[in-house]
Design a protein around this ligand. Structure first.
Ligand SMILES: C[S@@+](CC[C@H](N)C(=O)[O-])C[C@H]1O[C@@H](n2cnc3c(N)ncnc32)[C@H](O)[C@@H]1O
Length: 220
C-alpha cells in the first residue's frame, strides 16, 4: 500500500490527508464527519459509562482525539484498541495539527507519543482513556465478545473492497459483545446487505454534512 500523502484543509477548517484520489475524511469537514458518525452515532449512542472500543483504521488519529476529549469532559472512560497496518509518520501528524484544530493543544505531546510508538502494549491511561495500537490487518483480527463499539473507518469500498467483505463483518460481529454497535460513514446498499448476512441488524441514519446517510449495525 504505497503512501503519497498530502495535507488538505476541509470544509469545517479541520485538516485531513489525501491518499491518491482518496481522502482520510470527508472534504466537507473532517471533524464534522468524525463527530457525527463515530462520536455521536457510536460512542454517545452506546450509553455506557465505560466502553471497550475497537477502531478499524486509526489513520490520522482524529477519532481517537475526539474520543479522548469526551473522556476528558468526564462523559465516559474508554479502553481504545486501534488497528493500523500502515501508520502515519510523526512528521505528517505534526503537519496535520489535529490538536490545534480541536483546541486541545495539551494533548499534542501524549497524542504524538502514542501514535508514533512501536509498542503494542497498553499506554498509561490519561484523562480516562487507555490506548493501544496494533499493526494487525482487520482480516486477521481475532477477538470474541471483547468490544462494545467498533468505529469501522476503512477507505471506501471502491478503493479497498476487501475491507468490506462478509468475512470481515463476521469477524467484527464476533468481536462485539451482545448489543454492541458498529458505525461507519458508508451507506452503500451492498455493504448494508453484507452486514446483515454477517448477523447484524442495520439502521440507516442521517449522514454527516455532504452525505445523505450512514450505517449503524447492532449485534443482537
Ligand atoms: C479512512 S482511513 C482512517 C481514518 C482515521 N480513522 C482517521 O481518523 O484519520 C482508513 C485507514 O485504514 C487503514 N487500513 C488499510 N488497510 C487496513 C487493514 N487491512 N486493516 C486495518 N486498517 C487498514 C489505512 O492505513 C488507513 O489509515
Amino acid at each position: 500500500m504505497q503512501r503519497i500523502v498530502s495535507t488538505i484543509r476541509t470544509g469545517d477548517g479541520s485538516h485531513t490527508l489525501a491518499w491518491g484520489d482518496e481522502h482520510y475524511h470527508s472534504l466537507h469537514g473532517a471533524v464534522a464527519e468524525s463527530t457525527h458518525v463515530f462520536i455521536k452515532a457510536g460512542l454517545d449512542a452506546a450509553g455506557l459509562k465505560h466502553i471497550d472500543l475497537l477502531e478499524v483504521g486509526l489513520g490520522t488519529g482524529l477519532n481517537l482525539l475526539l474520543t479522548w476529549v469526551r473522556c476528558l469532559e468526564g462523559k465516559v472512560s474508554v479502553d481504545y484498541t486501534a488497528l493500523e497496518p500502515h501508520p502515519i509518520t510523526a512528521e505528517v501528524l505534526e503537519r496535520l495539527r489535529h490538536c490545534e484544530d480541536l483546541a486541545w493543544p495539551g494533548l499534542h505531546g501524549p497524542f504524538l507519543e502514542r501514535m508514533s510508538s512501536p509498542s503494542e502494549d497498553w499506554h498509561e491511561a490519561i484523562g480516562g482513556l487507555r490506548f493501544r495500537k496494533l499493526p494487525t490487518r482487520v482480516q486477521e483480527f481475532n477477538e470474541t465478545s471483547a468490544f462494545d463499539v467498533i468505529f469501522f473507518d476503512a477507505f471506501a469500498p471502491r478503493h479497498q473492497p476487501e475491507m468490506w467483505a462478509l468475512e470481515v463483518f463476521k469477524r467484527m460481529h464476533d468481536a462485539l459483545r451482545p448489543c454492541g454497535l458498529l458505525v461507519t460513514y458508508c451507506a452503500k446498499g451492498e455493504v448494508r446487505r453484507t452486514m446483515q448476512s454477517a448477523g447484524f441488524s442495520v439502521e440507516r441514519l442521517t449522514g454527516p454534512p455532504g452525505k445523505r446517510e450512514m450505517l449503524r449495525a447492532r449485534k443482537s
